[in-house]
Design a protein around this ligand. Sequence first.
Ligand code: GLY
Length: 343
Amino acid sequence: MLNRRKFISGSALGSVGLLMGKELRSAPRLAAPDLPLVVSTWDVGMDANRAAWDVLSQGGRALDAVEQGVRVTEDSLNCCVGLGGNPDRDGFVTLDACIMDEQGNCGSVAFLERIKHPVSVARRVMEKTPHVMLVGSGAQQFALAEGFPLESGILSEDAQRAYQQWLEKSNYTPPEKNIENKKQHGPFAPTRLASGEWNHDTIGMLALDQKGNLSGSCTTSGAGFKMRGRVGDSPLIGSGLFVDNEVGACVATGQGEEIIRIAGSHLVVEFMRSGLSPEQSCKKAIERLVQCRKDKLGDVQVCFLAIDRSGAIGSFALRPGFTYAVRARHEEKIYKSASWFGN
Ligand code: GLY
């Protein structure tokens, strides 16, 4: 059987190649009549985009699209997002997610256990509480009160296998030490597989609806075998996701610690505000990271995906291998991102 993480990168691109023709590299720009539009990170974004498209193509709101879209990935057995993801080093899957709409409303959950759809809990936090973020047992308590079922907490077969393998060495190391310690201690996701593909645990989605309104979502099981209680960038508004309806929106994927250090998604949106294109803005954020962290980056990956309010799309990654999925009226494709260290 194919390794699940390899399957994500390999087969999705293959099927797009068959269905849609060649895979493209340059960032598309969609004219206003081509709205609505949805983009999401990695190849798994193809399936998520379809669910989002069902909402958008019927004139639905971007906020509903980005929630419905990433729920598909949270449900999927072929992905590390959601309860099928890798556990922390104590053997528990803990989930982080956030959502943001066109009015600057946002909600987030972190360190949430045994709830299948953290993105929907994040939306309830946004809509039903005076807060932006709930974490841990408080987030779970809120989810249960809102009627979300408590799941079993049993690891998926793949996650159980990966955890047993990790336990053989079971040492946590800071990400910048990974480059020396990865062989000894196992991966601290996302890391590069022997095949050269990236092991990734996050989906971020951005949508622009027919009314020209933007929303975004981001959901993850976080870094595999993380310290208990670790929270990455994905639930942090401004790091894993930022939406400004007057300018554009950005989502991040990759090593959360590095993304948090530069408040990555907010930084990208601010670059767009200054007049840069989405791709230039993502590139400038990666440049900032490289300047800040210099030789401390180790072997980690960091990726940004952005759209502006006119529908221009752009991305940039630290290393090769980042892909993103686009769905619009006249296209459904996976694009390869440019990266700092070449393609
Ligand atoms: N970007 C996902 C994480 O680091 O948790």
